[in-house]
Design a protein around this ligand. Structure first.
Ligand SMILES: O=C(O)CCC(=O)C(=O)O
Length: 489
Protein backbone atom coordinates (compact mmCIF):
# COMPACT_ATOMS: atom_id res chain seq x y z
CA UNK A 1 0.00 0.00 0.00
CA UNK A 2 1.49 3.37 -0.99
CA UNK A 3 1.08 5.66 2.01
CA UNK A 4 2.70 8.82 0.57
CA UNK A 5 -0.64 10.43 -0.12
CA UNK A 6 -1.97 9.56 3.35
CA UNK A 7 1.02 11.11 5.10
CA UNK A 8 0.91 14.29 3.00
CA UNK A 9 0.60 17.26 5.34
CA UNK A 10 2.16 15.46 8.33
CA UNK A 11 5.61 16.56 9.48
CA UNK A 12 7.55 13.34 9.99
CA UNK A 13 10.91 13.86 11.68
CA UNK A 14 12.28 10.37 12.08
CA UNK A 15 11.97 6.64 12.17
CA UNK A 16 11.70 4.50 15.28
CA UNK A 17 15.00 2.66 16.11
CA UNK A 18 15.24 -0.96 15.09
CA UNK A 19 17.38 -3.23 17.31
CA UNK A 20 18.17 -6.93 17.31
CA UNK A 21 16.54 -8.09 20.55
CA UNK A 22 18.92 -11.06 20.77
CA UNK A 23 21.85 -8.68 21.18
CA UNK A 24 20.19 -6.42 23.75
CA UNK A 25 20.42 -7.10 27.48
CA UNK A 26 17.54 -6.44 29.84
CA UNK A 27 19.44 -3.64 31.58
CA UNK A 28 20.22 -2.00 28.22
CA UNK A 29 16.54 -2.14 27.29
CA UNK A 30 15.61 -0.56 30.64
CA UNK A 31 18.19 2.19 30.34
CA UNK A 32 17.60 3.06 26.67
CA UNK A 33 13.85 2.60 26.31
CA UNK A 34 11.90 2.04 29.55
CA UNK A 35 13.51 4.83 31.57
CA UNK A 36 13.67 7.20 28.58
CA UNK A 37 10.11 6.25 27.60
CA UNK A 38 11.18 5.89 23.99
CA UNK A 39 9.77 3.58 21.29
CA UNK A 40 11.81 0.83 19.66
CA UNK A 41 11.28 -2.04 17.25
CA UNK A 42 12.86 -5.30 18.37
CA UNK A 43 13.70 -8.13 16.00
CA UNK A 44 14.58 -11.77 16.67
CA UNK A 45 12.19 -12.33 19.58
CA UNK A 46 9.50 -14.47 17.94
CA UNK A 47 11.53 -17.35 16.49
CA UNK A 48 9.88 -20.13 18.48
CA UNK A 49 6.32 -18.87 18.66
CA UNK A 50 3.66 -21.41 17.87
CA UNK A 51 1.50 -18.54 16.59
CA UNK A 52 4.05 -17.81 13.86
CA UNK A 53 3.66 -21.37 12.55
CA UNK A 54 -0.01 -22.18 13.12
CA UNK A 55 -1.51 -18.81 12.27
CA UNK A 56 0.39 -18.11 9.05
CA UNK A 57 0.17 -19.86 5.68
CA UNK A 58 3.24 -20.74 3.62
CA UNK A 59 2.85 -17.56 1.61
CA UNK A 60 2.86 -15.42 4.77
CA UNK A 61 -0.83 -14.53 4.91
CA UNK A 62 -3.15 -15.18 7.89
CA UNK A 63 -4.28 -18.79 8.10
CA UNK A 64 -7.95 -17.91 8.48
CA UNK A 65 -9.26 -21.45 8.23
CA UNK A 66 -7.05 -22.44 11.19
CA UNK A 67 -8.84 -19.84 13.28
CA UNK A 68 -12.28 -20.94 12.11
CA UNK A 69 -11.56 -24.58 12.83
CA UNK A 70 -9.87 -24.20 16.22
CA UNK A 71 -11.21 -20.99 17.72
CA UNK A 72 -14.28 -20.28 15.58
CA UNK A 73 -16.76 -20.34 18.44
CA UNK A 74 -15.05 -17.61 20.47
CA UNK A 75 -17.09 -14.45 20.89
CA UNK A 76 -15.00 -11.38 20.09
CA UNK A 77 -15.18 -7.61 19.72
CA UNK A 78 -15.05 -6.39 16.14
CA UNK A 79 -14.56 -2.75 15.15
CA UNK A 80 -16.09 -1.29 12.02
CA UNK A 81 -13.25 0.86 10.70
CA UNK A 82 -15.59 2.95 8.58
CA UNK A 83 -17.94 3.93 11.39
CA UNK A 84 -16.98 6.37 14.14
CA UNK A 85 -18.75 6.16 17.49
CA UNK A 86 -17.70 8.92 19.92
CA UNK A 87 -13.90 8.72 20.17
CA UNK A 88 -13.54 5.18 18.82
CA UNK A 89 -14.80 2.93 16.07
CA UNK A 90 -18.20 1.32 16.45
CA UNK A 91 -17.89 -2.17 17.84
CA UNK A 92 -20.06 -5.23 17.73
CA UNK A 93 -19.72 -8.71 19.12
CA UNK A 94 -19.60 -11.74 16.85
CA UNK A 95 -18.01 -15.17 16.70
CA UNK A 96 -14.55 -15.61 15.19
CA UNK A 97 -16.16 -17.74 12.43
CA UNK A 98 -18.54 -14.94 11.52
CA UNK A 99 -15.70 -12.45 11.49
CA UNK A 100 -13.62 -14.68 9.22
CA UNK A 101 -16.53 -15.27 6.88
CA UNK A 102 -16.93 -11.53 6.59
CA UNK A 103 -13.19 -11.13 5.90
CA UNK A 104 -13.24 -13.80 3.19
CA UNK A 105 -16.35 -12.37 1.60
CA UNK A 106 -14.88 -8.92 1.60
CA UNK A 107 -11.60 -9.96 0.00
CA UNK A 108 -13.49 -11.99 -2.61
CA UNK A 109 -15.71 -8.96 -3.27
CA UNK A 110 -18.49 -11.40 -3.79
CA UNK A 111 -22.03 -10.98 -2.50
CA UNK A 112 -23.65 -14.13 -3.82
CA UNK A 113 -23.06 -16.83 -1.20
CA UNK A 114 -24.64 -17.43 2.18
CA UNK A 115 -21.49 -16.41 4.04
CA UNK A 116 -21.58 -12.96 2.49
CA UNK A 117 -25.09 -12.15 3.62
CA UNK A 118 -23.87 -9.88 6.39
CA UNK A 119 -21.35 -8.12 4.17
CA UNK A 120 -22.59 -4.67 3.17
CA UNK A 121 -19.74 -3.95 0.75
CA UNK A 122 -18.48 -0.98 2.75
CA UNK A 123 -17.41 -1.88 6.25
CA UNK A 124 -13.88 -3.00 6.95
CA UNK A 125 -13.98 -5.13 10.08
CA UNK A 126 -11.09 -5.36 12.55
CA UNK A 127 -11.04 -7.94 15.36
CA UNK A 128 -9.62 -6.18 18.44
CA UNK A 129 -8.88 -6.87 22.09
CA UNK A 130 -9.42 -10.62 21.89
CA UNK A 131 -8.36 -12.07 25.28
CA UNK A 132 -6.84 -15.03 23.52
CA UNK A 133 -4.33 -16.03 26.23
CA UNK A 134 -7.03 -15.99 28.89
CA UNK A 135 -9.39 -18.02 26.74
CA UNK A 136 -6.87 -20.59 25.51
CA UNK A 137 -4.20 -20.90 28.25
CA UNK A 138 -3.34 -24.46 27.20
CA UNK A 139 -2.57 -23.46 23.63
CA UNK A 140 0.70 -21.66 24.29
CA UNK A 141 0.71 -19.34 21.27
CA UNK A 142 3.73 -17.28 22.33
CA UNK A 143 6.02 -16.36 25.19
CA UNK A 144 6.12 -12.79 26.41
CA UNK A 145 9.57 -11.44 25.51
CA UNK A 146 11.83 -10.99 28.54
CA UNK A 147 11.88 -7.20 28.10
CA UNK A 148 8.16 -6.98 28.82
CA UNK A 149 7.90 -9.50 31.67
CA UNK A 150 7.97 -7.02 34.56
CA UNK A 151 4.25 -6.53 34.00
CA UNK A 152 2.43 -5.65 37.21
CA UNK A 153 -0.88 -5.02 35.47
CA UNK A 154 -1.42 -8.53 34.11
CA UNK A 155 0.31 -10.20 37.06
CA UNK A 156 -2.17 -8.49 39.38
CA UNK A 157 -5.21 -9.13 37.16
CA UNK A 158 -4.40 -12.84 37.02
CA UNK A 159 -5.22 -12.96 40.76
CA UNK A 160 -7.40 -9.92 41.55
CA UNK A 161 -9.97 -7.69 39.88
CA UNK A 162 -9.11 -4.08 39.25
CA UNK A 163 -12.57 -2.86 40.20
CA UNK A 164 -15.18 -4.74 42.14
CA UNK A 165 -18.54 -3.13 41.38
CA UNK A 166 -20.02 -5.50 38.79
CA UNK A 167 -22.30 -2.96 37.08
CA UNK A 168 -19.38 -0.58 36.43
CA UNK A 169 -17.25 -3.52 35.43
CA UNK A 170 -19.54 -4.87 32.78
CA UNK A 171 -20.96 -1.62 31.44
CA UNK A 172 -17.95 -0.27 29.59
CA UNK A 173 -15.70 -3.21 28.78
CA UNK A 174 -12.69 -1.25 30.08
CA UNK A 175 -12.11 -2.97 33.39
CA UNK A 176 -11.28 -6.35 32.09
CA UNK A 177 -9.82 -9.65 33.01
CA UNK A 178 -6.42 -8.99 31.49
CA UNK A 179 -4.66 -6.80 28.95
CA UNK A 180 -3.24 -9.48 26.67
CA UNK A 181 -4.83 -9.33 23.26
CA UNK A 182 -4.87 -10.64 19.71
CA UNK A 183 -5.74 -8.24 16.87
CA UNK A 184 -6.49 -9.35 13.32
CA UNK A 185 -7.80 -7.59 10.26
CA UNK A 186 -7.45 -7.20 6.51
CA UNK A 187 -5.30 -4.64 4.74
CA UNK A 188 -6.68 -1.15 5.37
CA UNK A 189 -8.03 -1.80 8.88
CA UNK A 190 -6.77 0.77 11.34
CA UNK A 191 -6.82 2.14 14.88
CA UNK A 192 -7.64 5.82 15.48
CA UNK A 193 -5.25 8.23 17.20
CA UNK A 194 -5.03 7.51 20.93
CA UNK A 195 -2.72 7.07 23.94
CA UNK A 196 -2.99 3.71 25.66
CA UNK A 197 -5.37 2.74 28.45
CA UNK A 198 -4.11 3.82 31.92
CA UNK A 199 -1.20 5.46 30.03
CA UNK A 200 0.35 2.01 30.18
CA UNK A 201 3.20 0.83 28.00
CA UNK A 202 2.27 -1.59 25.28
CA UNK A 203 4.09 -4.01 23.07
CA UNK A 204 2.74 -5.33 19.81
CA UNK A 205 4.15 -8.25 17.80
CA UNK A 206 3.29 -8.86 14.14
CA UNK A 207 2.69 -12.57 13.64
CA UNK A 208 2.07 -11.75 10.00
CA UNK A 209 1.52 -8.61 7.95
CA UNK A 210 2.81 -5.06 8.19
CA UNK A 211 1.68 -2.08 10.25
CA UNK A 212 2.33 1.60 9.76
CA UNK A 213 2.66 3.47 13.08
CA UNK A 214 2.73 7.24 13.53
CA UNK A 215 3.84 8.43 16.99
CA UNK A 216 3.67 11.76 18.74
CA UNK A 217 5.94 12.25 21.81
CA UNK A 218 4.19 13.31 25.06
CA UNK A 219 5.52 16.90 25.13
CA UNK A 220 3.67 17.52 21.85
CA UNK A 221 0.41 15.77 22.68
CA UNK A 222 -1.44 19.01 23.42
CA UNK A 223 -1.10 19.78 19.68
CA UNK A 224 -3.69 17.16 18.73
CA UNK A 225 -6.26 18.53 21.20
CA UNK A 226 -8.86 21.24 20.86
CA UNK A 227 -8.50 24.55 22.72
CA UNK A 228 -10.21 23.17 25.83
CA UNK A 229 -8.04 20.03 25.88
CA UNK A 230 -11.23 17.94 25.79
CA UNK A 231 -11.29 16.18 22.42
CA UNK A 232 -8.39 14.95 20.29
CA UNK A 233 -8.03 14.38 16.54
CA UNK A 234 -9.61 11.08 15.46
CA UNK A 235 -7.86 10.35 12.17
CA UNK A 236 -4.59 12.05 11.27
CA UNK A 237 -4.79 10.78 7.69
CA UNK A 238 -7.90 12.81 7.01
CA UNK A 239 -8.21 16.56 6.58
CA UNK A 240 -8.05 17.95 10.14
CA UNK A 241 -10.19 20.99 10.94
CA UNK A 242 -7.61 23.64 11.91
CA UNK A 243 -10.17 25.89 13.53
CA UNK A 244 -10.96 23.07 15.95
CA UNK A 245 -7.40 21.73 16.38
CA UNK A 246 -5.20 24.80 15.93
CA UNK A 247 -1.93 23.09 16.94
CA UNK A 248 -2.24 20.05 14.69
CA UNK A 249 -0.09 21.29 11.78
CA UNK A 250 2.81 21.96 14.18
CA UNK A 251 2.98 18.35 15.41
CA UNK A 252 6.17 16.51 14.46
CA UNK A 253 5.65 12.76 14.14
CA UNK A 254 7.83 9.66 14.30
CA UNK A 255 7.09 6.88 11.89
CA UNK A 256 7.58 3.14 11.87
CA UNK A 257 6.79 0.43 9.36
CA UNK A 258 6.67 -2.76 11.40
CA UNK A 259 7.13 -5.98 9.47
CA UNK A 260 6.22 -9.53 10.40
CA UNK A 261 8.15 -11.09 13.29
CA UNK A 262 8.93 -7.62 14.63
CA UNK A 263 7.85 -6.37 18.05
CA UNK A 264 7.26 -2.71 18.78
CA UNK A 265 7.56 -1.17 22.23
CA UNK A 266 5.05 1.68 22.68
CA UNK A 267 6.02 3.99 25.54
CA UNK A 268 3.61 5.62 28.01
CA UNK A 269 1.57 8.60 26.90
CA UNK A 270 2.71 8.67 23.25
CA UNK A 271 -0.29 9.28 20.97
CA UNK A 272 -0.28 6.92 18.03
CA UNK A 273 -2.34 5.87 15.02
CA UNK A 274 -1.93 2.48 13.36
CA UNK A 275 -2.76 1.22 9.86
CA UNK A 276 -2.52 -2.36 8.64
CA UNK A 277 -0.71 -2.24 5.29
CA UNK A 278 -1.40 -5.95 4.67
CA UNK A 279 -3.69 -8.58 6.12
CA UNK A 280 -2.29 -8.64 9.63
CA UNK A 281 -2.37 -10.59 12.89
CA UNK A 282 -0.72 -9.12 15.97
CA UNK A 283 -0.34 -9.93 19.65
CA UNK A 284 -0.48 -7.01 21.96
CA UNK A 285 -0.14 -6.44 25.74
CA UNK A 286 -0.66 -3.35 27.86
CA UNK A 287 1.48 -3.22 30.99
CA UNK A 288 2.94 -1.08 33.70
CA UNK A 289 5.53 -1.34 36.44
CA UNK A 290 7.70 0.92 38.60
CA UNK A 291 8.97 2.86 35.59
CA UNK A 292 5.61 4.14 34.39
CA UNK A 293 3.41 3.86 37.50
CA UNK A 294 3.50 7.65 37.88
CA UNK A 295 1.89 7.94 34.42
CA UNK A 296 -1.03 5.84 35.65
CA UNK A 297 -1.46 7.95 38.78
CA UNK A 298 -1.21 11.23 36.80
CA UNK A 299 -3.91 10.04 34.41
CA UNK A 300 -6.16 9.05 37.33
CA UNK A 301 -5.71 12.50 38.90
CA UNK A 302 -6.55 14.19 35.60
CA UNK A 303 -9.55 11.95 34.87
CA UNK A 304 -10.77 12.45 38.43
CA UNK A 305 -10.79 16.23 37.93
CA UNK A 306 -12.78 15.75 34.71
CA UNK A 307 -15.24 13.38 36.42
CA UNK A 308 -15.70 15.92 39.22
CA UNK A 309 -16.21 18.87 36.83
CA UNK A 310 -18.90 16.95 34.97
CA UNK A 311 -21.13 16.64 38.04
CA UNK A 312 -20.18 19.82 39.90
CA UNK A 313 -23.74 21.15 39.50
CA UNK A 314 -25.18 18.33 41.64
CA UNK A 315 -22.60 18.57 44.42
CA UNK A 316 -24.98 20.30 46.84
CA UNK A 317 -27.79 17.81 46.38
CA UNK A 318 -25.61 14.72 46.46
CA UNK A 319 -25.33 12.65 49.65
CA UNK A 320 -21.98 11.20 48.65
CA UNK A 321 -20.41 13.45 46.03
CA UNK A 322 -16.93 11.96 46.43
CA UNK A 323 -18.34 8.42 46.08
CA UNK A 324 -20.08 9.42 42.88
CA UNK A 325 -16.89 10.94 41.45
CA UNK A 326 -15.00 7.71 42.21
CA UNK A 327 -17.76 5.62 40.65
CA UNK A 328 -17.69 7.68 37.47
CA UNK A 329 -13.89 7.59 37.43
CA UNK A 330 -13.98 3.77 37.54
CA UNK A 331 -16.62 3.68 34.80
CA UNK A 332 -14.65 5.98 32.48
CA UNK A 333 -11.06 5.04 33.19
CA UNK A 334 -11.31 1.42 34.36
CA UNK A 335 -10.16 2.06 37.94
CA UNK A 336 -10.57 4.68 40.64
CA UNK A 337 -8.35 5.95 43.47
CA UNK A 338 -9.35 3.10 45.80
CA UNK A 339 -8.59 0.49 43.13
CA UNK A 340 -5.21 2.07 42.49
CA UNK A 341 -4.43 2.24 46.21
CA UNK A 342 -5.38 -1.43 46.64
CA UNK A 343 -3.13 -2.28 43.72
CA UNK A 344 -0.17 -0.36 45.19
CA UNK A 345 -0.61 -1.99 48.62
CA UNK A 346 -0.64 -5.50 47.14
CA UNK A 347 2.38 -4.75 44.94
CA UNK A 348 4.22 -3.27 47.94
CA UNK A 349 3.52 -6.37 50.00
CA UNK A 350 4.56 -8.66 47.15
CA UNK A 351 7.80 -6.77 46.52
CA UNK A 352 8.52 -6.83 50.26
CA UNK A 353 8.01 -10.58 50.42
CA UNK A 354 10.37 -10.97 47.48
CA UNK A 355 12.91 -8.81 49.25
CA UNK A 356 12.50 -10.91 52.38
CA UNK A 357 13.42 -13.99 50.37
CA UNK A 358 16.42 -12.31 48.84
CA UNK A 359 17.60 -11.18 52.25
CA UNK A 360 17.17 -14.66 53.65
CA UNK A 361 19.47 -15.63 50.84
CA UNK A 362 21.81 -12.75 51.57
CA UNK A 363 24.83 -14.98 52.10
CA UNK A 364 24.90 -15.53 48.37
CA UNK A 365 23.57 -12.12 47.28
CA UNK A 366 25.28 -8.82 47.88
CA UNK A 367 23.23 -5.80 48.86
CA UNK A 368 23.82 -4.31 45.42
CA UNK A 369 22.63 -7.37 43.54
CA UNK A 370 20.48 -6.34 40.50
CA UNK A 371 17.46 -8.16 41.94
CA UNK A 372 17.71 -6.28 45.24
CA UNK A 373 18.23 -3.02 43.36
CA UNK A 374 15.19 -3.75 41.25
CA UNK A 375 12.98 -4.26 44.31
CA UNK A 376 14.31 -1.11 45.94
CA UNK A 377 13.59 0.83 42.79
CA UNK A 378 10.04 -0.58 42.78
CA UNK A 379 9.42 0.33 46.39
CA UNK A 380 10.84 3.81 45.96
CA UNK A 381 8.66 4.43 42.93
CA UNK A 382 5.54 3.36 44.87
CA UNK A 383 6.61 5.53 47.80
CA UNK A 384 6.86 8.68 45.66
CA UNK A 385 3.33 8.12 44.34
CA UNK A 386 2.01 7.37 47.83
CA UNK A 387 3.20 10.78 48.97
CA UNK A 388 1.02 12.31 46.24
CA UNK A 389 -1.95 10.12 47.16
CA UNK A 390 -1.94 11.46 50.70
CA UNK A 391 -3.51 14.74 49.64
CA UNK A 392 -6.55 13.04 48.05
CA UNK A 393 -9.60 11.41 49.62
CA UNK A 394 -7.36 8.37 50.22
CA UNK A 395 -5.65 10.33 53.00
CA UNK A 396 -8.87 10.24 55.03
CA UNK A 397 -10.24 7.20 56.77
CA UNK A 398 -12.24 5.40 54.07
CA UNK A 399 -12.77 2.14 55.89
CA UNK A 400 -10.41 0.03 53.81
CA UNK A 401 -7.50 -1.60 55.56
CA UNK A 402 -4.95 -4.18 54.55
CA UNK A 403 -3.38 -6.47 57.04
CA UNK A 404 0.04 -7.70 55.95
CA UNK A 405 -0.15 -10.74 58.23
CA UNK A 406 -3.47 -11.79 56.75
CA UNK A 407 -2.47 -10.99 53.18
CA UNK A 408 0.52 -13.33 53.37
CA UNK A 409 -1.88 -16.17 54.17
CA UNK A 410 -4.01 -15.55 51.08
CA UNK A 411 -3.32 -18.21 48.42
CA UNK A 412 -3.93 -15.73 45.55
CA UNK A 413 -1.36 -13.40 47.03
CA UNK A 414 1.12 -16.25 47.43
CA UNK A 415 0.66 -17.19 43.79
CA UNK A 416 1.29 -13.59 42.78
CA UNK A 417 4.48 -13.60 44.90
CA UNK A 418 5.61 -16.82 43.23
CA UNK A 419 5.21 -15.32 39.75
CA UNK A 420 6.99 -12.13 40.81
CA UNK A 421 9.89 -14.18 42.23
CA UNK A 422 10.17 -16.19 39.05
CA UNK A 423 9.99 -13.10 36.87
CA UNK A 424 12.78 -11.24 38.67
CA UNK A 425 14.90 -14.33 38.71
CA UNK A 426 14.43 -14.71 34.95
CA UNK A 427 15.36 -11.05 34.41
CA UNK A 428 18.44 -10.92 36.60
CA UNK A 429 19.56 -14.44 37.50
CA UNK A 430 18.47 -16.89 34.83
CA UNK A 431 20.91 -19.54 36.08
CA UNK A 432 20.24 -19.56 39.83
CA UNK A 433 17.50 -21.71 41.39
CA UNK A 434 14.29 -19.86 42.14
CA UNK A 435 13.10 -19.52 45.72
CA UNK A 436 9.73 -20.72 44.43
CA UNK A 437 10.86 -23.43 42.06
CA UNK A 438 7.79 -25.53 42.77
CA UNK A 439 5.45 -22.62 42.02
CA UNK A 440 4.79 -21.66 45.62
CA UNK A 441 6.52 -19.38 48.10
CA UNK A 442 7.43 -20.22 51.65
CA UNK A 443 6.78 -17.40 54.03
CA UNK A 444 7.95 -18.87 57.30
CA UNK A 445 8.84 -15.99 59.53
CA UNK A 446 7.91 -13.24 57.09
CA UNK A 447 4.83 -12.13 59.01
CA UNK A 448 6.98 -11.65 62.09
CA UNK A 449 9.92 -10.18 60.26
CA UNK A 450 11.53 -6.96 61.30
CA UNK A 451 9.73 -4.52 59.01
CA UNK A 452 6.34 -5.72 60.13
CA UNK A 453 7.35 -5.48 63.78
CA UNK A 454 8.56 -1.94 63.35
CA UNK A 455 5.79 -0.58 61.16
CA UNK A 456 2.78 -2.53 62.36
CA UNK A 457 0.96 -4.59 59.80
CA UNK A 458 -2.21 -2.59 59.15
CA UNK A 459 -2.30 -0.26 56.15
CA UNK A 460 -5.34 1.99 55.70
CA UNK A 461 -3.94 5.13 54.13
CA UNK A 462 -1.09 6.16 51.84
CA UNK A 463 0.64 7.52 54.96
CA UNK A 464 0.55 4.05 56.56
CA UNK A 465 1.95 2.61 53.33
CA UNK A 466 4.80 5.14 53.30
CA UNK A 467 5.54 4.08 56.89
CA UNK A 468 5.62 0.44 55.83
CA UNK A 469 7.85 1.26 52.83
CA UNK A 470 10.25 3.32 54.92
CA UNK A 471 10.59 0.49 57.30
CA UNK A 472 11.44 -1.96 54.54
CA UNK A 473 13.84 0.45 52.83
CA UNK A 474 15.58 1.36 56.07
CA UNK A 475 16.12 -2.30 56.78
CA UNK A 476 18.33 -2.23 53.72
CA UNK A 477 19.80 1.08 54.68
CA UNK A 478 18.25 2.53 51.53
CA UNK A 479 16.50 5.66 52.61
CA UNK A 480 14.35 7.22 49.87
CA UNK A 481 17.02 9.81 49.04
CA UNK A 482 19.72 7.27 48.26
CA UNK A 483 21.55 7.18 44.95
CA UNK A 484 19.24 4.72 43.24
CA UNK A 485 16.44 7.20 43.48
CA UNK A 486 17.93 9.20 40.62
CA UNK A 487 17.47 6.30 38.22
CA UNK A 488 13.82 5.86 39.19
CA UNK A 489 11.11 6.98 36.87
O1 LIG B 1 -2.53 -2.64 16.10
C1 LIG B 1 -3.39 -1.79 16.23
O2 LIG B 1 -4.27 -1.59 15.38
C2 LIG B 1 -3.39 -0.90 17.44
C3 LIG B 1 -2.40 -1.28 18.48
C4 LIG B 1 -2.17 -0.20 19.49
O3 LIG B 1 -2.66 0.88 19.41
C5 LIG B 1 -1.31 -0.46 20.63
O4 LIG B 1 -0.70 -1.52 20.75
O5 LIG B 1 -1.17 0.45 21.47
Amino acid sequence: MDTTELKKGLKIAGQVDRVNGKLLSYSEFVERYLVKNHPVVLTGLMDDWRACKDWVTVNGSPNLSFFSIHFGKSEVQVADCGYREFTDQKREEMSVSEFINHWLAQSAGNHSTVVTEKYDGKSLLYLKDWHFMKEYPEYVAYATPLFFCDDWLNLYLDKYRMHNEPDVQESNGISCSDYRFVYMGPKGTWTPLHADVFRSYSWSANVCGTKLWLFLPPPQCHLVFDRHMKSSVYNIFEEVDESKYPGFKKAVWMECTQGHNEVIFVPSGWYHQVLNLDDTISINHNWFNAYNLSWVWDLLRQDYEDAKDCIEDIRDISDDFEGLCQRNLAANTGMNFYDFFTFTVIMTFANSVHLYHLMEDSKSLSNSHPRINHIILNLQSIRRICLQMESTCLGENHGISFDFKRTVCDPFFLELCAVLDKTYQKLHDPCSPSCCENGSVTLDGVEDSVFVKISGSLVSTPENLVGFLDCVLQKLDRTPCSKINSSCP
